[in-house]
Design a binder for this molecule. Structure first.
Ligand code: ISE
Length: 352
């Protein structure tokens, strides 16, 4: 082919000197929130396409934001007028959509979970590794929460010495229909898995899930609450009270206990007691409220990274894989009642 007739393909590494044109796949509760964020708030981004299996919903959301409705998500990924993809479809669809986005060479922000099993998550790690550079960021928004960043900095500074314990509380007011006992681990504790790895800077090597007495407020058959104990490579212990039908509000709290001191996040101001919806300050209703600013920051930093050609600025596919592996072990522990070890194997390309 002569040089004159050759077409050069834009690669994500080249970045963009204009707004990044984004398609949001899946416009349920979270996808609509992200579509609004991209359309109204995130600088340097232009929402151009929305896509959902529910055609009527796709059309309604497209009309709301004045963008194109593309009913087939694969067509949306391959659309030449789309530069980057946000995946907010149900978790079981992620593997196929992420692999297609990687094949199309398009920067992608995929809501958690990356995929629904360690094996499929590892396939994504390998597919991205074959491309030779990062393309996929995973939507663990807590990494963009100011308090989580501060606690991480405290740990990294070493001023408190070696971390010994991370005590975590994760409470939701209620669960959506069809929320299963496994989902307390896969959908909720997955955030503590990633937050612990982020805060402590090391891998989780074992997990045990205990079944305390069930709250009468939980839908029938749901093991709620659960108590999760994770062990890290350095010997620190991370415990999580996960309680998703408290009926009160949304609470995410972590206390680090290190050799020479402690540090706590998620308390609001000077709070020691909770009753009803009062806990010193306001108890937030849900994660969209509690982590709204973190989602805003996550999206702004992702779009900035896509425009600059860095592509990813946050948790990547290895983090998604690690979370999937720990959670799969957690589900096994929930079923069997025994401690399950986690071995991530070797990361393609080396260091984590
Ligand atoms: C939900 O899917 C989330 O991701 C929230 O952050 C979490 O708090 C909730 O428990 C999950 O169901």
């Amino acid at each position: 082919m002569s040089t004159a007739t050759q077409t050069t393909r834009h690669t994500a590494r080249q970045g963009y000197d204009r707004d990044v044109r984004v398609a949001v796949l899946g416009v349920g509760m979270m996808g609509q929130d992200h579509a609004r964020r991209l359309a109204r708030l995130t600088k340097g981004a232009q929402l151009v396409v929305v896509s959902d299996v529910d055609a009527a919903r796709t059309d309604a959301v497209a009309a709301e934001f004045g963008v194109r409705a593309v009913h087939d998500p694969v067509a949306a990924i391959e659309d030449p007028e789309v530069d980057a993809i946000v995946i907010a479809t149900p978790g079981f669809t992620h593997e196929d959509l992420v692999l297609r986005a990687i094949a199309a060479g398009k920067p992608t922000l995929c809501e958690k979970p990356l995929t629904t099993s360690p094996e499929t998550a590892l396939a994504v790690v390998e597919a991205e590794h074959a491309v030779g550079h990062p393309l996929v960021q995973v939507g663990f928004m807590r990494r963009f929460d100011a308090e989580h960043e501060q606690l991480r900095a405290v740990v990294a500074s070493g001023e408190l010495g070696r971390p010994l314990f991370l005590h975590c509380v994760h409470r939701n007011a209620s669960t959506p229909p069809n929320f299963s006992s496994e989902m307390l681990v896969l959908d909720s504790v997955v955030h503590e898995v990633d937050a612990a790895r982020f805060l402590l800077g090391e891998e989780i090597t074992a997990i045990t899930v205990l079944r305390p007495g069930v709250t009468p407020q939980a839908p029938e058959g749901l093991q709620d609450p659960q108590f999760v104990v994770m062990e890290t490579a350095s010997g620190a212990v991370v415990d999580v009270e996960i309680f998703v039908n408290t009926t009160t509000g949304y609470v995410v709290r972590s206390e680090l206990v290190a050799e020479r001191g402690t540090a706590q996040i998620g308390l609001g101001v000077g709070l020691v007691q909770q009753s009803g919806t009062r806990w010193g300050g306001e108890v937030t209703a849900d994660f969209k409220q509690r982590f709204g600013a973190a989602y805003d920051t996550e999206f702004q930093r992702w779009v900035d990274a896509v425009r600059s050609g860095a592509v990813v600025d946050g948790p990547g596919v290895w983090d998604g894989y690690a979370a999937a592996a720990v959670c799969a072990a957690g589900v096994e522990s929930l079923r069997t009642g025994v401690r399950v070890e986690v071995d991530l194997g070797v990361r393609p390309g080396g260091a984590s």
